[in-house]
Design a protein around this ligand. Structure first.
Ligand code: UDP
Ligand code: MG
Length: 320
């Protein structure tokens, strides 16, 4: 027996948010109750190591329609989102963070744009990035402008706070790649879209889980997934250095013939260093793409669900 389809599914990835997750969920649910007749909340516990799962179990006891999935380890927010999108059944799905930095008050306008204006994607755009440290703001501005140049998608200010109609979710599910970049993929999909701008409030508690390295990894993955231009740079480097080599070759021959050949020790060392580093960088770029192909070809599941909680007396659903 299939349960009735809710109007809205809310998908929330969480990682180590035991302190405020219950309160955030309460606020989100309160807002939802005043907006739609039926909804489901799907929380993906991305392998939290603190008491987040216990908090989710408590929430399941009081909440109307609540599902929690626990991933077998920390797979990262992108894959936690995948898990949520694959399990959501609503006629529209809203993706939001668990720390109230995606204000539940915006749900009203998002749902209105979907219901009344027939928009298929409603994306919330960050007006300012909250009290974000300057280095992080600068880093993300740089990343988005590089990504824009390389891929043609302008994602400056984009957030993962989005509403997707079920048609969009269906199309999204048909994208087979393992290296997912939610913001970019929804931009690629097209569909009729609307934007709502918002100011990012302070975090509800705790600290952001993103380290510099995890952000760098996200940035490299996004660029590799959305552009092959860096591969062309490799050939360009090659060409530039070939011309350089020809010029230097001519100069060396000329000096040799005119008998004024000097022991160009410095030149040799410099050339070795420069050419060596260019080759290394080029190999690294190619390596990133090969790694990405390798990961896709392995065809492993994107994530593994180790536990599942359901607030409603659910029919004997097939276990994951
Ligand atoms: N998150 C996750 N897996 C991770 C890191 C973060 O599911 O490995 C969740 C986190 O619990 C939050 C959302 O992703 O709901 C956004 O994370 P965070 O607030 O740390 O990022 P920021 O707001 O700084 O972009
Ligand atoms: Mg946050």
């Amino acid at each position: 027996m299939e349960r009735t389809q809710p109007e809205i599914s809310i998908v929330i990835p969480v990682y180590n948010e035991e302190k405020h997750i219950a309160d955030s969920l309460r606020q989100i649910e309160e807002e939802l109750r005043s907006l739609v007749s039926s909804y489901e909340i799907i929380v993906i516990d991305d392998g939290s190591k603190d008491g987040t799962w216990e908090q989710l179990a408590l929430t399941a006891r009081r909440s109307g329609s609540f599902t929690a999935l626990k991933l077998s380890r920390n797979f990262g927010k992108e894959l936690a989102l995948c898990a949520g999108l694959e399990h959501a059944r609503g006629r529209a799905v809203v993706i939001m963070d668990s720390d109230l930095q995606h204000p539940p008050a915006l749900l009203r306008e998002m749902i209105r744009l979907w219901r009344e204006d027939g928009k298929e994607i409603v994306e919330c755009v960050k007006e300012d990035r909250g009290r974000e440290p300057a280095n992080k703001a600068l880093g993300s501005a740089m990343f988005y402008s590089i990504l824009n140049r390389l891929s043609g998608y302008d994602l400056q200010g984009a957030s993962d706070f989005k509403l997707l109609d079920q048609r969009v979710v269906q199309a999204w599910r048909e994208m087979p790649e393992r290296n997912t970049f939610f913001r970019g993929m929804t931009a690629w999909l097209g569909f009729d879209r609307a934007q709502v701008s918002f100011e990012v409030p302070e975090r509800a508690g705790g600290t952001s889980q993103w380290s510099f390295l995890s952000l760098l990894k996200l940035a490299v993955n996004a660029i590799v997934a959305f552009s092959t231009i860096p591969l062309r740079f490799v050939s360009l480097f090659g060409l530039i250095f070939f011309f350089g080599a020809v010029l230097l070759g001519i100069q060396t021959l000329y000096l040799k013939l005119t008998g004024s050949a000097v022991t160009g020790f410095t030149t040799v060392i410099l050339l070795l260093l420069i050419v060596g580093s260019v080759i290394m960088i080029s190999l690294g770029i190619i390596g990133e793409y090969i790694a990405s192909i390798y990961n896709e070809v392995k065809g492993r599941p994107r994530y593994l669900v180790s536990r599942r909680l359901e607030s409603q007396a659910a029919p004997a659903a097939a276990a994951d």
